[in-house]
Design a protein around this ligand. Structure first.
Ligand SMILES: C[S@@+](CC[C@H](N)C(=O)[O-])C[C@H]1O[C@@H](n2cnc3c(N)ncnc32)[C@H](O)[C@@H]1O
Length: 146
C-alpha cells in the first residue's frame, strides 16, 4: 500500500509497531505512530520503539491524540471495547483509499466483530472478516471512496 502514515492504538511491548516500521523501511517511506495509555507499559516500550526512526510512540489514550494529516492505515489494537470508538474517532482523518484494521474480531470474540458490522450497517465502512486465529477486520471508509 505504501502508506505515508500508519496509526496504531495499543502499543504494549511494541512488537506490532516494530513490524509495521520494518514494512515501512522496506517501502522506503512512511511513519507509524502508536499510542499506549498505561504509563508503565509505555515506559518499557518507548526505548525500543524510539530506536526506529520510522516509529513514534505517545503515552496517551487512543481517543485523545491529535494526529495531523491523513491516516493511510489505522490498526485498532488497544482495549477490545474501545475499538469501535477508535474507528469513529479517526474516521474523518482516514484516507478513503486506505485501510482500517481491527484486531480480535473472531466469531468467539464478538465485541469487535459486532462493532465492525454495526459501523458497516451505518454505512460508514465496508468490512471483510479475515479468519485469522484471533480474527481481523479489514475495512475501508465508504465516504470519499472512488
Ligand atoms: C493487545 S495490546 C497491544 C498489542 C500490540 N499492538 C502488539 O500487537 O504488539 C493492548 C494495549 O492497549 C493498551 N490500551 C488499553 N486502553 C488503551 C487506550 N485507551 N489507549 C491506548 N492504549 C490502550 C493496553 O495497555 C495494552 O498495552
Amino acid at each position: 500500500m505504501k502508506p505515508q502514515l500508519v496509526v496504531e492504538t495499543g502499543t504494549f511491548a511494541g512488537v506490532s509497531t516494530l513490524w509495521i516500521a520494518e514494512g515501512l523501511k522496506q517501502n522506503g517511506l512512511g511513519r507509524v505512530i502508536t499510542c499506549e495509555s498505561d504509563p508503565e507499559v509505555f515506559a518499557k516500550a518507548k526505548e525500543r520503539i524510539e530506536a526506529s526512526d520510522l516509529a513514534g510512540c505517545r503515552n496517551e489514550s487512543s481517543l485523545k491524540p491529535q494526529i495531523k494529516g491523513t491516516i493511510d492505515i489505522l490498526f485498532a489494537d488497544s482495549n477490545v471495547p474501545l475499538r469501535e470508538q477508535e474507528v469513529r474517532h479517526f474516521l474523518p482523518q482516514i484516507n478513503p483509499n486506505g485501510l482500517i484494521l481491527m484486531h480480535d474480531a473472531s466469531s468467539q470474540m464478538k465485541t469487535v466483530r459486532e462493532a465492525a458490522l454495526r459501523l458497516e450497517q451505518e454505512g460508514l465502512i465496508s468490512v471483510v472478516l479475515l479468519p485469522t486465529p484471533r480474527g481481523l477486520v479489514v475495512a475501508q471508509k465508504r465516504q470519499g471512496r472512488k
